[in-house]
Design a protein around this ligand. Structure first.
Ligand SMILES: [Zn+2]
Length: 226
């Protein structure tokens, strides 16, 4: 009798772990496909004729990276649960594609990027907003996604190569406000918790940046109200 119980238990455990493996592979291939689809949609919509490879890696890091030498763009598993829509994934991919374009510009650009990383990060964020709009994604998703992802230690202070988080979201918002105001008029993210929280915490930062941007950008009028 004991032996039968043991056999049934073994069978149950084996079937169970096979199913879990299958489920994991299924999810991984689903994410891999999604990352490629969104990535290639951004490349095509923006007429980018440079080759870039998109991949998904089952690694816990809450991050996505663009590799300067291989031109590979990798989205790590840890970041995936933070995305509630393709627009949010598109925000992160667009930022990495913008870096990818700089990497394609050659050796001297890479040197310049190493010396003034903050400048190139800001440039990549703004370029990412343009690319999202061109590909039909809502650029407000970049504020929502970053508000969820950026760690506390990067919120008020610089850590590594990226600008201070609170500044970063404020200038992205002001860039959208100045260049694509229609996305903020009838905003589908108005009731989004993360967006509301950003509005609440960024008033001073936004005011400062708004003055700076006032003369810099002319709004694009042909964007449909969203
Ligand atoms: Zn970056």
């Amino acid at each position: 009798m004991k032996r039968i119980v043991l056999c049934v238990l073994m069978l149950f455990l084996t079937v169970n772990s096979c199913l879990a493996d299958e489920l994991r592979l299924d999810l991984e291939s689903k994410y891999q496909k999604k990352v490629m689809q969104v990535g290639f949609r951004i490349l095509n919509a923006n007429g980018i004729d440079k080759r870039m490879i998109f991949s998904y890696e089952p690694d816990k890091r809450v991050n996505a990276v663009s590799y300067s030498t291989t031109k590979n763009i990798v989205v790590f598993k840890g970041i995936v649960p933070y995305f509630d829509s393709d627009d949010e994934l598109a925000a992160v991919l667009s930022h990495e594609i913008a870096h990818g374009l700089d990497f394609h510009a050659g050796f001297w650009r890479r040197i310049a990027m190493a010396f003034s990383s903050i400048k190139y990060e800001e440039k990549a964020d703004k370029k990412a907003v343009d690319m999202m709009v061109n590909a039909g994604y809502n650029p407000v998703a970049m504020i929502v996604a970053l508000n969820k992802i950026l760690p506390e230690e990067n919120w008020f202070e610089r850590s590594g190569s990226h600008p201070v988080g609170s500044d970063r979201l404020a200038y992205i918002y002001e860039y959208i406000y100045a260049k694509y105001p229609a996305y903020l008029v009838d905003n589908e993210y108005r009731t989004n918790l993360y967006y509301q929280n950003f509005l609440l915490t960024s008033q001073k930062d936004r005011e400062l940046i708004r003055k700076k941007y006032a003369q810099q950008y002319t709004p694009v009028s042909n964007v449909q109200s969203k």
